[in-house]
Design a protein around this ligand. Structure first.
Ligand SMILES: C[S@@+](CC[C@H](N)C(=O)[O-])C[C@H]1O[C@@H](n2cnc3c(N)ncnc32)[C@H](O)[C@@H]1O
Length: 192
């Protein structure tokens, strides 16, 4: 797991996590290729330019601090592209599992997460606007998978990446803008 407390601006979240990973790689605490197994986000040209500029700043900071150069622009962009669609917002559940989808929707809207992290196995769960499972955090940053209904043997486990209470157009827009895909789940295909 790659974790970090949330910086004040949500926009700073992903570069912040990438910088933490860079420090872990330089110190030998993590392998440089530890996120390579995860699917990367498709990045627009403007985003790539921003990331290159961020990396130049990071590189000059490391150089001033006397670190040998061990990471490259390519590495930095590769990491950010993976963090972008695989990071989870950690929201501790107060006391019960009741009404998990409402709780997830509330946490998305009020930005009350206690941090963000990338988890390897949960990163492989695809999205569904009518999910059969949900990731929860109880006392700490250990992610638990909770079934939301009975699940048939062989049925794919899917979680919802966003607030499922929104209408289909709003959901599609957020998934396209934030995750770079057109949702093809049954609920979206039915227009609900
Ligand atoms: C966190 S990854 C999920 C795991 C990924 N499918 C894999 O094989 O590693 C998120 C990516 O999976 C794909 N994906 C997930 N749910 C989807 C859905 N409902 N419709 C279309 N693509 C989806 C998209 O490419 C999205 O950017």
């Amino acid at each position: 797991m790659l974790a970090g407390t949330t910086p004040s601006s949500r926009d700073l979240k992903y570069p912040y996590m990438a910088k933490r990973l860079a420090c872990m790689v330089i110190s030998g605490a993590a392998n440089a290729d530890c996120l390579n197994i995860l699917q990367p986000a498709l990045l627009h040209q403007g985003t790539l330019i921003e990331m290159k500029e961020e990396f130049e700043l990071l590189e000059s900071t490391f150089r001033k601090a006397g670190f040998q150069e061990e990471i490259t622009t390519y590495w930095y962009i590769n990491v950010l592209a993976r963090i972008r669609i695989n990071a989870f917002r950690i929201e501790l559940v107060a006391s019960s599992y009741e009404d998990l989808l409402s709780s997830a929707a509330a946490s998305v809207s009020c930005d009350s997460s206690v941090g963000n992290a990338v988890y390897m196995l949960p990163s492989f769960y695809n999205h569904d606007c009518d999910p059969n499972a949900h990731i929860v955090w109880l006392q700490n940053a250990d992610a638990k998978l909770k079934a939301l209904r009975d699940i048939e043997e062989g049925e794919e486990l899917c979680i919802c990446y966003i607030d499922a209470s929104m209408d289909a157009d709003a959901r599609q827009k957020i998934l396209a803008d934030g995750f770079g895909f057109e949702c093809r789940c049954l609920r979206c295909l039915s227009g609900d």
